[in-house]
Design a protein around this ligand. Structure first.
Ligand code: GUN
Ligand code: ZN
Length: 455
């Protein structure tokens, strides 16, 4: 029996083979290279009646529909009226094994981990459970318009293996890794430094750089890895120059104090990772809420990125990320849902939380900048901006189609919108998976919202 992911993703009615030329007509928005800072309105392109031409899974052309329809006469066109086509979202921080712990009541980070998260992750020892969860997880990404993600697996290498198998079938861009954890967690979830090294190495050899898949060495966070394990993680990074590092950093005050007790010889939380060779251009640190200026400067200096996870930060009561400060110091920032501490797979809902987190600090997140963070910013955080993040010719045709009439309220509010900026803002404040009409990966429709009706 062929492997299938979700009910519609592999055989969607709009599927075309990758080599065919096909065009998509809709309003089209994307961020271009310039949109690196808050309030930069020049770094985007908007076509009220646009055409995206795709060939071989990549963008061939993008522009106004009128001239492009003439230039590409004879090319089949799928028309999405009342829709906004945008680049697929890039989720820079999410956990595969935590779909079942979303909306678990009452705890902050460390208690939440031991009460809810570790028990859920233990179940991944069962390959059938892991396989079912992988399918659910990828289906959730697609129905939320997310076409690329950086993913924490469980401590079990099979879970990551299964994730890569499924993502490869979808042609999806995924960076993932097995969690390294050799202390301060239930015995069934612990590996050892050597085992973690060997298992990570085998996964790297098998998956890193295969098609659109990449590997991230994944120590959970400093408290659950011994110095020996962190050392071996650093060794993997040295041995395989192009693999990534993903971990958590400075999320809650209680965690920060614990790290101080466990590593009294280190100047800061980031310095713990730095001392083990884990801070580099391909490092992505989730949260980074309570960083000192010296830590931000160090992140900027090496070109490391922070995954801003506002939904999770509000849900666990962890704190408010000072985005303006991080960006002004030159740190690359992407957006992470951080499911299951984050309460939604939707990047739109996550951007709504980002807006509110920043409002509480007197910062007003510009909607173009918000979409930048969730697309091109995420791509830059993963050093994949030459392949994804916007719809520039030559990039992968990873995009989603947002239904501007998805709900009566959205239709009503958008009828008042006078600019693309207003439209984007209403979508990010009011939207969620209901807004996503279709998701395409490398030019192939992998999700179609049954509620969106026929095209
Ligand atoms: N810190 C260490 N592990 C985790 C996790 O699974 N989720 C979050 N939000 N923070 C963490
Ligand atoms: Zn996390």
């Amino acid at each position: 029996m062929p492997y299938s992911v979700g009910e519609f993703v592999l055989n969607g009615p709009l599927s075309v083979t990758m080599s065919e030329r096909h065009a998509y007509r809709a309003s089209i928005f994307h961020c271009t290279q310039g949109a690196a800072t808050s309030g930069d309105h020049d770094g985007h392109a908007y076509h009220a009646d646009g055409l995206l031409v795709v060939e071989g899974g990549r963008v061939l052309a993008l522009g106004e529909a009128g001239p492009l329809l003439k230039r590409f006469a004879g090319t089949p066109v799928t028309h999405f009226p009342d829709a906004l086509l945008v680049p697929g979202f890039v989720d820079t921080h999410i956990h595969l094994p935590q779909s079942d712990v979303i909306a678990s009541h009452g705890e902050q980070l460390l208690e939440w981990l031991s009460t809810y998260t570790f028990p859920a992750e233990r179940r991944f020892a069962d390959p059938h459970h892991a396989a079912e969860q992988v399918d659910f997880f990828l289906d959730q990404l697609l129905r939320n318009g997310t076409t690329a993600a950086m993913v924490f697996g469980s401590v079990h290498p099979q879970s990551v293996d299964r994730l890569f198998v499924a993502a490869e079938l979808l042609g999806m861009c995924l960076v993932a890794g097995k969690v390294l954890m050799d202390r301060h967690a239930p015995a069934e979830l612990l590996d050892t430094p050597q085992r973690a090294y060997d298992e990570s190495r085998a996964l790297i050899e098998q998956w890193h750089g295969r098609g659109r898949l990449r590997y991230a060495v994944t120590p959970r966070f400093a408290p659950t890895s011994s110095p020996q394990q962190l050392d071996l993680a650093g060794r993997l990074l040295r041995e395989y120059g192009s693999v990534y590092l993903q971990t958590h950093l400075s999320e809650s005050r209680e965690e920060l104090a614990w790290v101080g007790e466990l590593f009294p010889e280190r100047r800061s939380y980031l310095d713990v990772y730095d001392a083990h060779g884990l801070v580099g251009a391909r490092s992505v640190f989730a949260h980074g809420i309570h960083l000192e200026n010296a830590e931000c400067n160090r992140l900027a200096e090496v070109g490391a990125a922070v995954a801003f996870c506002p939904s999770s930060n509000l849900f666990l009561g962890s704190g408010l990320l000072d985005l303006q400060c991080l960006e002004s110091l030159g740190v690359t920032v992407g957006v992470g849902t951080d499911v299951g501490a984050g309460t939604s797979f939707s990047q739109l809902r996550t951007l709504a939380d980002a807006y509110k987190v920043l409002q509480l600090q007197g910062q007003s997140l510009d909607p173009v900048h918000a979409f930048y963070l969730a697309t091109l910013g995420g791509a830059k955080a993963l050093h994949l901006e030459d392949q994804i993040g916007n719809l520039a010719p030559g990039k992968f045709a990873d995009f989603c189609v947002l239904d501007l009439r998805a709900t009566p309220l959205i239709a009503r509010r958008l009828a008042q919108a006078r600019s693309i900026s207003e439209t984007l803002f209403a979508l990010m404040i009011l939207g969620d998976e209901q807004v996503v009409a279709a998701t395409y990966i490398a030019g192939i429709c992998r999700y179609r919202n049954p509620a969106a009706g026929p095209d």
